[in-house]
Design a protein around this ligand. Structure first.
Ligand code: LLP
Length: 424
């Protein structure tokens, strides 16, 4: 979280000018709280870093797809990286410009491709020969010439959690290096496709520059090989993946990343595309949760809170470390706690072995969950999903209301009645 927008004032935690204790009392917990200023600062910083290079930042919608968040990005002039029809419709509903949408993803379905063509998106990042011919057939049907880029699998280890590494040859993503040129040649015989770019996305939460550098060198080699067969692409897409500091990581600075990329692309007349998700949103959000019980056993102290793995999956899925801060700082002896949720799984933890001074009824803030927090939440254990709240200086805006029992039952209630009716 950024010190300037997230700080203790007299031992009470604030986001911008909002006291999080009061907010939790007013809006209930668990709830996600986002800082508009943080998101806008991140947006300004990344664009500043790349200002000497023609570039487009396409926010990776999967990181946080709340409509109001997407609307903020749209108003800042963002493009969008999407991976599903659902994300497409979210961007459009939020006021995003279809012509700035890049459609990534390894398993685009027929209907999704058709919808995206219908909406007039900028480009598809193609990952297989079969997808290429699908898009061509659908483009033919619509009698439209469609822009595509080839997503390349450069076989590079991004040194990140194996579940979020995507650039190795054993990963399902991208076209392997030896298949790129043969595939590009087939595109020359596909009149409804226009090959305008080449792309990579080698993984997420990457904290060193070396893998990016190696991958971009591979991309540029491909650029030259394409050039040699008469195809000059107009954009190079370096994907997302820029790492952030959750704990003790030492991620590179955005300016260093930009300098490295600029130096590589200097002699190439291309637009640079970026697809950051985490870097733009992670430190813009916290999850507020209330301590329901403090349970002490012979082995451990547990703080059992009202948020769980259905609200924030990252600790359970990736053993991710998220900072956890008390909303009101007490002055007493710290004790060691595992912060756990109420779900029936031992993977249901938010943090392990944290020194905290806390009482039952206190609120905790799980930090840096603006990206891949709410967007990965679920109704597991039939829990209603949390509210989402946007803080803008001294205003609070509910941007997703807390789900209620009616929401939970909605998709099944009528069907149950039908079922009972038939069985009468
Ligand atoms: N572009 C593509 C094609 C992607 O697959 C992704 C993320 C991004 C861009 C954005 O990557 P970012 O800048 O956010 O690293 N749920 C995981 C992260 C999964 C990322 C999947 N792809 C987590 O919580 O760490």
């Amino acid at each position: 979280m950024k010190e300037e927008y997230f700080q203790y004032r007299d031992n009470e935690l604030f986001i911008e000018n909002i006291n999080l204790y009061k907010l939790a009392q007013q809006c209930g917990t668990p709830c996600y709280v986002y800082s508009r200023a943080t998101l806008e600062k991140n947006w300004a910083d990344i664009n500043q870093a790349f200002s000497t290079q023609p570039h487009e930042v396409c926010y990776a919608v999967k990181a946080n797809s709340n409509l109001t968040i997407l609307n903020l990005f749209a108003n800042l002039g963002a493009g969008f990286d999407i991976v599903s029809y659902g994300e497409l419709e979210r961007v459009i509903a939020a006021g995003g410009d279809a012509r700035k949408i890049i459609f990534s993803g390894v398993g685009k379905q027929h209907h999704e491709i058709a919808q995206a063509i219908h909406r007039g998106i900028q480009c598809f990042n193609v990952e297989t020969a079969q997808e290429l011919s699908h898009i061509h057939t659908i483009a033919h049907h619509y009698n439209k010439k469609i822009n595509i880029a080839l997503r390349i699998n450069p076989d590079i280890d991004a040194n990140t959690h194996p579940y979020i590494a995507t650039g190795l040859r054993e990963n399902k993503f991208g076209i392997s290096l030896d298949q790129v040129i043969p595939l590009a040649k087939t595109i020359l015989n596909m009149p409804f496709l226009n090959l305008i770019g080449i792309a990579i996305h080698i993984g997420s939460q990457i904290t060193s520059l070396a893998p990016f550098q190696a991958a971009i060198e591979q991309l540029l080699a491909i650029y030259q090989q394409l050039h040699a067969i008469g195809i000059t692409v107009s954009h190079i897409n370096v994907g997302g993946g820029i790492g952030v500091r959750y704990h003790d990581e030492q991620p590179f600075k955005i300016d260093d990343y930009a300098t490295m990329i600029n130096s590589k692309l200097r002699h190439h007349p291309v637009t640079l595309l970026l697809e950051p998700g985490r870097w733009l949103m992670a430190d813009a959000g916290v999850l507020l949760t209330e301590i329901a019980y403090l349970k002490k056993t012979h082995h451990k102290n547990f703080a059992i809170v009202d948020a769980g793995m259905n609200d924030i999956l990252r600790p359970a899925l990736y053993q991710a470390w998220q900072d956890i801060k008390p909303v009101i700082r007490r002055i007493s002896e710290p004790q060691l706690y595992d912060i756990v949720g109420p779900l029936c799984e031992s993977a249901d933890f938010l943090g392990k072995e944290r020194w905290l001074m806390i009482n039952e009824g206190d609120y905790l803030a799980v930090c840096d969950v603006g990206a891949y927090g709410f967007s990965m939440s679920s109704n597991y254990n039939s829990r209603c999903r949390a509210a989402e709240i946007l803080v803008d200086k001294d205003e609070i805006h509910i941007i997703r209301r807390r789900e209620c029992i009616e929401d939970l039952l909605a998709q099944e209630g009528i069907l149950l009645n039908e079922w009972l009716e038939i069985r009468k």
